[in-house]
Structure formats: C-alpha cells, structure tokens
Design a protein around this ligand. Sequence first.
Ligand code: FES
Length: 102
Amino acid sequence: MALTKIAKLSEIGPGSSKAIKIGDKSIAIFNIDGKFYAVDETCPHQGGPLAEGAVEELTVRCPWHGAIFSLETGEGIAGPCGNGVRHYDTKVSGDDLEIDIS
Ligand code: FES
C-alpha cells in the first residue's frame, strides 16, 4: 500500500467534494459525514466530472448523463457506467487525507 497525501482535511468539508490532480490522474474526493471516499474523477462514459455529481447515500451520479457509481467500490450501478471507475482507499493522517494509489 503506497499512501500519498492528496489534500488537507479542511479543503473538503463535510458534504463537499473536490477533484484533485496527482500526476496524470484526476481523483474525485467526497466527504460524507466525515468519512472520505475517493474514485477516479473521469466518468468512463464520455468523461463527465464525477466530483461535480450528485451524491446520494454512498453513490455519485455523473452530472452529464446520469451514470451512477458506488463510492465504496467504484462499481457501476446504473446508466452508461461501463466497467465502473477505480476506487482508492483513503486514510486520515493528522490534518491530511491520504489515498492509496498503488
Ligand atoms: S459522461 Fe458520465 S454518464 Fe455520460
């Protein structure tokens, strides 16, 4: 497991989300009730920005055509979700949020 610092906790308050670039990856981070979830930011359908999608329970709906993905696994649940998106494990370390990008 290779943990990488991706953000300060204060950047992603409860109920918010943010797209963050790491190298050539763009990752969508969600704070749901103080727990952090990370998946690839780019929707596999036509590239919609998942960090801008509507969150319902532990899913996100792509803002472009409505594909729905699990924030717990990245699995596609409904709509044109292809094979889903990559999910990343997250860890809070002090004031930092880390993800496993290995
Ligand atoms: S780009 Fe996400 S559903 Fe079409």
